[in-house]
Design a protein around this ligand. Structure first.
Ligand SMILES: [Zn+2]
Length: 292
């Protein structure tokens, strides 16, 4: 498409770009694509569509710019990476706040929150290279290409960090219940996804790495202690299916006392005391079904 197009400015973003209304003739192409995707039964958009065009500015008047295209506009269509949800973002904020309170015994300021966040990104986010400068830096949670899996790794790492801080009793009394909710919210979210966002990461782990990656009990979220260490529990028992017994999705890093209880009383009592684990147990049974 060559020629002139009138573009109405709808929003100017912090000096880096201008959002424009797409001319009507191109809009129909875009809405057809989006409509096509919705027809496939997907609720959320599957495509990211952006348009770039080289143009000269030929006229400008109140609220309107008139461009002359130098070459055909380029329409870029990409599949949408499943973005982190806002609930994950607020979970992470909650964890960051508790890390600060646990370490300092007081509410964090905005600046404290900033540095806690930076530290977690340095440890648990993937590192990317700025294509302009070649400088490596941790991927921001605000990065539009941040995927659910990448975000899940950060939340998982942050929760483990929090769980490993020895929190004074009087502070634990204040935040204990909220902390339990965070932990439960995370497991519930993780295993409610169509696919466990950390499944591939864990699939590559042997037991020592898995245990290192789960420094606290997956049931009660506390570290192992001398008479009650963290050990390997299996969700599907050995007799049922040899081939899946040592799959990481069949593992649970949990205290010996829970393990003993599960063997004597069954899973029911574990599910009742730690309902957040139900999703993971169900997922293992689904995985077992898929293996057959
Ligand atoms: Zn435990």
């Amino acid at each position: 498409m060559n020629g002139r197009a009138r573009v109405e400015i709808t929003d100017a973003i912090k000096g880096v770009g201008i959002n424009c209304k797409v001319p009507a003739d191109q809009k129909s192409h875009i809405s057809n694509l989006v409509h096509y995707c919705k027809d496939k039964g997907e609720q959320r958009p599957l495509l990211d569509i952006s348009m770039s065009v080289r143009a000269t500015l030929s006229e400008a008047y109140a609220g309107n710019l008139v461009f002359s295209f130098i070459e055909n506009p380029l329409l870029r269509v990409e599949t949408v990476k499943h973005r982190r949800t806002s609930s994950q973002n607020s979970t992470l904020r909650g964890i960051e706040r508790f890390i600060y309170i646990a370490e300092n015994g007081e509410e964090p300021t905005k600046e404290d929150m900033y540095w806690i966040h930076e530290g977690l990104l340095e440890q648990f986010s993937i590192w990317v290279t700025n294509p302009r400068t070649g400088v490596s830096l941790p991927k921001r949670t605000s990065d539009p290409s941040m995927s659910t899996t990448e975000m899940a790794r950060i939340v998982h790492g942050a929760l483990n960090t929090l769980s490993l801080i020895s929190i004074p009793d009087e502070i634990m009394k204040l935040i204990g219940n909220d902390m339990k909710n965070l932990w439960e919210g995370w497991y519930k979210w993780r295993y409610e996804q169509k696919k466990d966002p950390l499944q591939e990461l864990e699939a590559a782990m042997d037991w020592p790495r898995y245990k290192e990656n789960h420094p606290v009990c997956e049931l009660c979220a506390l570290a192992g202690v001398d008479p009650d260490p963290i050990e390997r529990m299996h969700i599907i028992s050995a007799g049922a299916d040899e081939s899946i017994y040592e799959m990481p999705w069949n593992w649970l890093a949990a205290h010996r006392s829970h393990h003993t209880l599960q063997h004597s009383e069954g899973w029911g009592i574990i599910e009742k005391s730690y309902p957040h684990i139900v999703g993971k147990l169900k997922r293992a049974r689904i995985m077992q079904g898929e293996k057959k």
